[in-house]
Write a protein that binds this ligand. Structure first.
Ligand code: FAD
Length: 326
């Protein structure tokens, strides 16, 4: 077994931050097991390979095959299956990103193992060397420890921002090599017909370090202008509860929660959100929550580090003005 294999992610040849985060998690495991940390980079070039070495990889596998050109899911899964059979990892770490959610279960099926989804933490047990992953269950109300007594590889899908990437160290030694999986084009069952890009301003909700979330308590779509102002001042993004999106006040791409996006910001400011368990399932790993709600018994206060019990109309404008003056 050759240690931890991180499934890296690239966007237009640029390494995505999830890759650095998974490498940091991989190093923690490797520090206990003494194994290597490798990273598979589909369509990756030498420069990103070197970048992953500086971020903690011992081996960067540049997976190159012309069938991967369109980055179709079928081809990616087939390529990663080949990489796994060549590298024989004992642990595979995947990000809970759009791509990772697609690839993870399919790859696990091909490898004949299960996988732990949506994990917040992953460690290696010092005695057994086996992995223990921690994931939220029951809508984020409890944490479960998942172990893999017999499976090889042990597959873990990690939530974004669960670990900070290591500081890049260009003096780190590692090996960059090419793997050509030799794919047959018949593995691709679906064809990419069109790519539609959505124009987006500012920080992506899933990547934001600060999120300002609004709920039904705002009473309508207009107050979201104030939330946008605050998010802009803080360099963050706006999110919303499902009640807001179902009411059509904001698009569902803003929804945080069980059936929406998962966020892990340093700071989540909620305004008029009750903190239903399905909402908390998408934000309970936020490092700090500040809640503004007029109901002192609202569930959100159980998770908040700071809270203001009051009408948002009285609290939010002065809060925004204070931030503006900083
Ligand atoms: P409410 O629960 O109505 O809360 C509004 C809050 O605003 C209240 O606490 C109130 O005290 C406060 N308030 C009112 N007026 C003011 C004021 N003037 N100033 C300050 N505070 C005020 N929900 C999600 O968010 N995300 C999901 O992904 C999601 N998935 C779901 C999946 C399933 C299968 C189900 C059944 C439900 C799901 N829900 C989800 C819905 C969830 O159960 C809640 O209904 C929803 O989160 C409530 O949204 P809310 O907090 O905005 O509204």
């Amino acid at each position: 077994m050759a240690g931890v294999l991180v499934i890296g992610e690239l966007n237009d040849d640029a390494l995505q931050s999830i890759t650095g985060e998974l490498l940091a998690a991989g190093r923690r495991i490797a520090d206990v097991t003494g194994e290597n940390v490798g990273v598979a980079l589909l369509n990756g070039g030498d420069a990103v390979g070197q970048e992953t070495i500086s971020l903690g990889a011992d081996n960067a596998y540049l997976v190159q095959d012309e069938v991967l050109a369109e980055m179709q899911l079928d081809a990616q899964v087939a390529a990663l299956e080949k990489v796994c059979s060549e590298v024989q990892p004992s642990v595979v770490l995947i990000g809970r990103t759009l791509a990772g959610r697609d690839v993870g279960p399919r790859l696990a099926f091909r490898l004949g193992v299960g996988l732990a989804q949506d994990c917040l933490q992953v460690e290696a047990d010092a005695n057994s060397g086996r992995v223990v992953a921690v994931r939220p269950v029951y809508g984020g109300n409890a944490l479960a420890k998942v172990t893999f007594p017999d499976a090889n590889p042990q597959m873990v899908v990690m939530r974004a921002k669960a670990y900070e990437p290591l500081d890049a160290d260009d003096s780190r030694a590692g090996e960059v090599s090419i793997i050509n999986p030799g794919l047959d084009s018949s593995v691709v069952k679906a064809r990419l017909v069109e790519t539609v890009s959505q124009a987006a301003e500012g920080v992506r909700l899933e990547d934001a370090n600060i999120v300002v979330g609004g709920g039904r308590g705002l009473g309508g779509p207009e107050p979201f202008d104030q939330l946008e102002d605050l998010a802009r001042l803080l360099g963050g993004a706006v999110g919303a509860s499902r009640a807001v999106c179902d009411a059509g006040w904001l698009d569902h791409s803003y929804q945080v929660g069980l059936t929406g996006k998962t966020i892990t910001p340093d700071l989540y400011i909620t305004v008029g959100i009750s903190g239903a368990s399905q909402h908390m399932a998408g934000c309970s790993a936020s490092k700090n929550i500040i809640a503004i709600n007029r109901d002192a018994d609202a569930n959100i206060f159980k998770s908040a580090s700071f809270g203001v019990v009051g009408d948002w109309k009285n609290v939010l404008p002065s809060f925004i003005e204070t931030v503006r003056e900083l």
